[in-house]
Design a protein around this ligand. Structure first.
Ligand code: ADP
Ligand code: MG
Length: 459
């Protein structure tokens, strides 16, 4: 125990060097006591639940990495609030969760129109959503200050609503009296039409303008609703001027919201814009493991192979991925079948067959194309799809992207997924470049024709 008191001082010193002064002061300065060491967990005592959550979300990993440098065995930090510690000492039971005003909490989430199960803790982070996630945490931590608005866009089922609601839930947990309001854009339109038809503008304003944090989901549903856009514009202006945090989600970039007035959409880029993409295989596996934990405590009964199978087939969106897992769980438990890949295949048959045909076909074609192109230029396929910038890789890579577009007409974004998740603008730029060169340079034209032939796609 004594040893850990000293170590914490060392770790704390490191944190002080690495963090901004104000952050360090606010969060760590008062953390001085090690409450206990048990089962290789070192419990640090903090002032309140909010600091505890903040540390757990943002800093705990870093702290544990620092700790590793001072111990031979594996130890990890855990946090305990003063309240919890006092309770534990007085009745010497395991920590009761500290919810004196449990009911008030529930009410606050309800009033905000939030689903309390959407939390940062169960949002699985990976390459495709890391920036969105870190931006969301920073904004939740300091609403109205870091960036306003936060604009999150991405295809359906990739976690926009989940992440947006995390922000609301987190803020409410920190300060229960904050007025958070979550609304879907179509609900906003409906509300407006209803109040306007009765000329109850004041009441409408009372609801929306009195908030501290406004979360508007699926803003694309404001399209063509001019009056509602006008009203939302005013609301946006007012809240923004008062530094009230606004978070917006959409299925596309703000600049592509063509049926919403420019005056409004141009303001969406005032703050920070982040996108969420499709998760890669590893990320999908992690998501399934997390969802499994939420469904059952006996996660061991499902072999990794089954999880990998589901993750490999459902690569389109997280909602489908989740649905597939539930279906397999239901099928195998209801009929008391073993959790095998074979049984998972049967359970998912109707969902999988139509998409797998298309999927495998294209995937094989593209795999073939990538290997043809890398052979032709005498480089490895992994260099071809890598992010290496050397000329001998860049040109073949651009050719490969061009060929995929030309032969299989996939969206830019999708093409990017074959090249280590390049973003769609890089892909678009590469393809344009080759298109230009095709006009100007015979050699390029020759290369492309030969390669098409080698891919078995004569044109
Ligand atoms: P969107 O609003 O983008 O259409 P949702 O937020 O409704 O998508 O997400 C669909 C489902 O997938 C939800 O059940 C959500 O919890 C889950 N989900 C999406 N992304 C993640 C993630 N990164 N980690 C955990 N669950 C996720
Ligand atoms: Mg949504």
């Amino acid at each position: 125990m004594d040893q850990h008191i000293d170590i914490w001082q060392e770790v704390k010193g490191q944190l002080e060097m690495q963090l901004e002064d104000s952050t360090f002061e606010e969060i760590f300065a008062s953390v001085d006591s090690v409450y206990k060491v048990k089962n290789n967990y070192v419990y640090l005592m903090v002032d309140n639940e909010f600091i505890k959550k903040r540390i757990e979300l943002v800093y705990l990993q870093k702290m544990n990495r620092l700790l590793e440098n001072y111990v031979d065995e594996r130890y990890e930090y855990r946090l305990i609030t003063k309240n919890q510690a006092e309770k534990e000492m007085s009745n010497d039971k395991s920590f009761g969760v500290n919810v004196p005003d449990h009911q008030r909490c529930e009410e606050a989430h309800l009033n905000a129109n939030l689903n309390p199960s959407y939390t940062f803790g169960n949002f699985v982070v990976g390459h495709s959503n890391r920036l969105a996630y870190t931006s969301a945490i920073k904004i939740a931590d300091q609403p109205g200050i870091v960036a306003n608005p936060l604009y999150i866009f991405g295809d359906v089922g990739l976690g926009k609503t989940h992440l947006m609601q995390c922000i609301g839930n987190y803020i409410l947990e920190g300060e229960i009296n904050t007025r958070v309001l979550y609304v879907k854009a179509d609900q906003f339109v409906e509300d407006y039409v209803r109040y306007a038809s009765k000329k109850k503008y004041n009441e409408f304003n009372n609801i929306y303008r009195a908030v501290d944090v406004l979360l508007v989901d699926d803003i694309q549903f404001l399209a063509k609703k001019e009056k509602s856009q006008e009203e939302f514009f005013k609301l946006f202006e007012q809240l923004h001027n008062q530094q009230k945090q606004i978070v917006i989600t959409s299925d596309r970039k703000a600049s592509d919201l063509s049926d919403i007035m420019n005056r409004l959409t141009s303001r969406f880029s005032w703050g920070v814009t982040v996108d969420i993409n499709r998760p890669d295989l590893d990320h999908r596996i992690k998501i399934l493991q997390k969802k499994l934990l939420a469904e059952t405590s006996e996660t061991d009964m499902i072999p990794d192979k089954v999880i990998e199978y589901i993750a490999s087939v459902f690569d389109n969106n997280v909602r489908e991925l989740e649905g597939a897992l539930k279906r397999v769980l239901f099928y195998c438990t209801a009929f008391d079948y073993d959790f095998t890949v074979k049984n998972a295949e049967i359970a998912l048959e109707n969902l999988v067959r139509p998409r797998r045909g298309e999927h495998d076909f294209l995937r094989n074609k593209i795999r073939n194309l990538l290997s043809v192109v890398s052979d032709y230029y005498n480089i490895t396929t992994s260099d071809l799809i890598s992010k290496k910038r050397a000329r001998q890789y860049v040109y073949p890579r651009q050719i490969a992207m061009h060929l995929i577009k030309d032969l299989y007409d996939l969206p830019y974004k999708r093409i990017g997924t074959y090249f280590n998740n390049r973003d769609h603008s890089t892909v678009m730029h590469s393809i344009k470049k080759i298109n230009n060169e095709l006009q100007l340079d015979h050699n390029v034209k020759n290369d492309v024709e030969k390669l098409k032939h080698k891919c078995g796609e004569n044109s």
